[in-house]
Design a protein around this ligand. Structure first.
Ligand SMILES: [Zn+2]
Length: 183
């Protein structure tokens, strides 16, 4: 009896997380990786819970993001990335020693909910946020693996920023770059 109750609870937690990911317009592949649900169950969940609201929550198909360079593209994106990454760090989503193994172990139910909390806080902090949920998931995976991006420090003020693994030159945060430009 106990075993089946535990199994029921775990299944309910998976479904709840999948719904949360769906409302953030996550791709089926991303939901499958983080919840362990099959594509078929994710599709059924989408139809039964969000199908009528489908015009408001579009489904994304195709490949997930894979370019870490998109997080350093402009000063504005760098600043948003630093804000989101700091929420990830506070939520315990960035391991002290990033590695391929830490990246592979990242997706689970508890961390999936922590990731949603961090993303939701980020969108409240930055109303015109330009990092989508899929890119936020990708950023969390990048920071856990540490092979392309890492948490770093602004060389002027020491504020937290996201940097390439092997930066060509010392990096400054959005505020210090703006201050330097204004002279
Ligand atoms: Zn700075």
């Amino acid at each position: 009896m106990r075993i089946s109750e535990d199994r029921y609870d775990r299944d309910r937690q998976r479904l709840e997380l999948a719904l949360r990911f769906l409302t953030h317009e996550a791709r089926t592949q991303t939901i499958r990786i983080w919840t362990g649900l099959s594509d078929d169950r994710i599709r059924k969940l989408y139809r039964s819970h969000l199908g009528r609201a489908a015009c408001y929550v579009p489904r994304h198909r195709g490949k997930s993001p894979h370019q870490a360079a998109c997080f350093t593209r402009s000063l504005r994106i760098q600043q948003e990335t630093a804000v989101l990454a700091s929420f990830f760090a506070l939520a315990g989503l960035v391991p002290a020693e990033p590695s391929a193994a830490a990246g592979a172990a990242l997706p689970d139910i508890a961390r999936g909910n922590a990731l949603c909390n961090a993303f939701e806080t980020y969108t409240i902090m930055i109303p015109a946020a330009s990092i989508s949920f899929e890119y936020a998931v990708f950023l969390a995976e990048c920071l856990a693996r540490g092979d392309q991006l890492r948490l770093g420090r602004c060389c002027d003020c020491g504020g937290m920023i996201v940097v390439e693994r092997f930066p060509i030159r010392e990096k400054r945060c959005h505020h210090c770059v703006t201050a330097a430009r204004l002279g």
